[in-house]
Design a protein around this ligand. Structure first.
Ligand code: DGL
Length: 275
């Protein structure tokens, strides 16, 4: 039994979409979440920059005594996984892409046309097609970067025609030209516009890696003998490098109706570097 918290992180508030699934599946676990809201978005930055940010946050979480790090960010998972695992060999480090690949393998058959949408960095890294084709060589895989979605979502522009127009701008031709039957939401912000996509494109199969992550975290806890005895004692802590109004609004949206017990803290990036 291991009562230490699990560390999650994302470039901002997108990774919070994973947390309700985790809290439902693992009610006994404590969570430390870090959202790098001062430096978001990551997805349009260079891989070297993203790697530097990811190292700082992983070091911060390890210093807070987490028993595992779950990277609730496709952009970081596609660029920094191997590096972070080498840097912190003492704890399991999970990415969000592997569980997504497993979900595609479980639902798609050879000949399926799978579309992956994500940030420029995620799509540019080709992490999804490489891993998908390794596990299911019979698939046809296509990628589409949608860089305007994250800023709109961070601004809370979701149930609005601007969002629907933006989705159509990125998806209309992409889906029809490539005959996509399955769409992977390859950015943890995108579950927040899943309903818009479903309304615009009924019949499209959608795979949401944020949902899949709960299973992978559970599996790793069990395999490593790291489960908490529970029921959840101690506090969940959400750190943000900028505790902005957007961050708090999004928390309201994502956790509406749940009995979230959490302490919010701001972390100054310069102080974090100095620690
Ligand atoms: N939520 C992040 C992801 O899953 C990316 C957002 C960003 O561009 O910072 O890729």
């Amino acid at each position: 039994m291991d009562e230490r918290p699990i560390g999650f992180f994302d470039s901002g508030l997108g990774g919070l979409t994973c947390i309700p699934h985790i809290m439902r599946s693992l009610p006994g676990e404590r969570i430390i979440y870090f959202g790098d809201t001062a430096r978001t978005p990551y997805g349009s930055k260079a891989p070297r920059t993203i790697l530097g940010f990811a190292r700082e946050i992983a070091d911060f979480l390890v210093a807070k005594g987490v028993k595992m790090i779950a990277i609730a960010c496709n952009t970081v998972s596609s660029i920094a996984m191997d590096d972070l695992r080498e840097r912190h060999p003492g704890i399991p480090i999970l990415g969000i892409i592997e569980p997504a690949i497993a979900a595609v393998a479980a639902t798609c058959t050879a000949g399926s046309h799978v579309g992956v949408i994500g940030t420029k960095a995620t799509i540019g890294s080709e992490a999804y097609p490489k891993m998908l084709l390794r596990s299911s060589p019979g698939l046809d895989v296509y990628g589409q970067a949608c860089p305007a979605l994250v800023p709109l979502i961070e601004e809370g522009i979701i149930q609005h025609e601007i969002m629907d127009l933006t989705l159509r701008y990125y998806l209309e031709q992409f889906l029809s030209y490539n005959n996509i039957d399955t769409l992977v939401l390859g950015c943890t912000h995108y579950p927040l516009v899943r309903r818009n996509i479903e309304k615009l494109y009924p019949g499209l199969r959608i795979i949401d890696p944020s949902e899949e992550m709960a299973g992978s975290v559970t599996g790793a806890l069990v395999r490593g003998g790291l489960c908490a005895e529970g029921p959840g004692q101690g506090e969940n802590i959400f750190y943000a490098s900028d505790l902005s109004e957007n961050f708090m609004n999004m928390i309201q949206r994502i956790f509406a109706g749940s009995d979230l017990r959490v302490t919010f803290k701001t972390v100054d990036i310069e102080e974090m570097r100095a620690e």
